[in-house]
Write a protein that binds this ligand. Structure first.
Ligand code: C2E
Ligand code: CA
Ligand code: CA
Ligand code: CA
Length: 279
């Protein structure tokens, strides 16, 4: 893949494969989509629960298919994970997002951070640290401005390898966030042994707040744990004012959700940062 710092993922081929007139599988379509530059990145604000200022953005991949329309990541990420294309797509996303952050900061006139999802297969790939170094060097951002979101599952597949890779990530000063915290096969021991900085509380625990006592108890326990381990917490999927206030009052510093900003194209995010409003 060339031009991986660009806004779209494009692989230049000497010969374009001819378009088929019959149904092609989603998988075949995906390889074509890479060649055609149909994958794009959207950015969702992560905001301070008190001030509602944007602190950073989560990078979310989109596939704009010419006839199928927007294909959601839930449909193509698992496929890319299976066929290995995730390594190419993920490397492109990481580099492009780091480059994009510079433009966001220019628009906001203050430092921000960028959060990027790293799939299990990407995390285990031999080339991953090279990809990370390339993204940091090419974009020129400081390591601490980069947050890498991984799931509990990613850590648990091979904890010994995971610990080594996380150590290398920490050397680069990139921060590690546990995505969908509480939904995976988890062992709290990894919070002790691994250099984790951020817990992202899954939307499943936020959705029924403030009504659900059980979800409230879980969120409180996570916030308490995070406080004592000096981790920051992001509440995911915050859709209502009540959910935001509930989490804020209990010490949750950051929120992300449709209430404070939907995933948006880069140019929309830039305009919002310039104008100071984004919901
Ligand atoms: P995720 O990492 O947990 O991302 C959060 C998902 O929640 C996103 O869905 C986002 O659009 C959605 N969301 C955010 N706020 C709200 C809200 O208030 N309400 C509701 N109902 N949903 C909200 P999206 O963009 O469809 O992505 C789904 C999943 O696909 C992501 O879940 C992540 O696991 C995966 N994914 C997306 N982009 C990438 C990528 O670049 N690389 C990898 N490896 N995975 C990605
Ligand atoms: Ca995520
Ligand atoms: Ca998540
Ligand atoms: Ca999720």
């Amino acid at each position: 893949a060339k031009e991986t710092g660009k806004a779209r993922c494009v692989v230049y081929n000497a010969r374009h494969s001819s378009p088929t007139d019959h149904d092609i599988s989603l998988e075949a379509a995906m390889f074509q989509a890479v060649r055609e530059g149909e994958f794009v990145l959207y950015y969702q604000p992560i905001v301070d629960a008190g001030t509602r200022e944007i602190e950073g953005f989560e990078t979310l991949m989109r596939w704009k298919h010419p006839t199928l329309g927007m294909v959601p990541p839930a449909r193509f990420i698992p496929l890319a994970e299976t066929n290995g294309l995730i390594n190419l797509l993920g490397a492109w996303a990481l580099k492009a997002a780091c480059v994009q952050l510079r433009q966001f900061e220019e628009a906001a006139k203050r430092p921000l951070y960028i959060s990027v999802n790293i799939s299990p297969r990407q995390f285990r790939n031999d080339k991953f640290l090279d990809v990370l170094d390339d993204a940091i060097a090419y974009s020129g951002l400081a390591g601490e401005q980069l947050v890498l979101e991984i799931t509990e599952g990613t850590l648990m597949i091979d904890p010994v390898h995971a610990e080594a890779i996380l150590g290398k990530m920490a050397e680069r000063r990139a921060r590690i966030a546990i995505d969908d915290f509480g939904t995976g096969y988890s062992s709290l021991a990894y919070l002790k042994n691994f250099p984790i900085s951020v817990l992202k509380i899954d939307r499943a625990f936020i959705r029924d707040l403030p009504g659900s006592q059980k979800d409230g108890a879980i969120c409180n326990a996570v916030l308490d744990l995070a406080k004592h381990l000096s981790l920051s917490v992001v509440a995911e999927g915050v859709e209502t004012e009540e959910q935001l206030q509930y989490m804020r009052e209990r010490g949750c510093r950051y929120v992300q959700g449709y209430l404070t900003g939907k995933p948006m194209a880069a140019n929309v995010a830039v305009a919002a940062l310039r104008e100071h409003h984004y919901a």
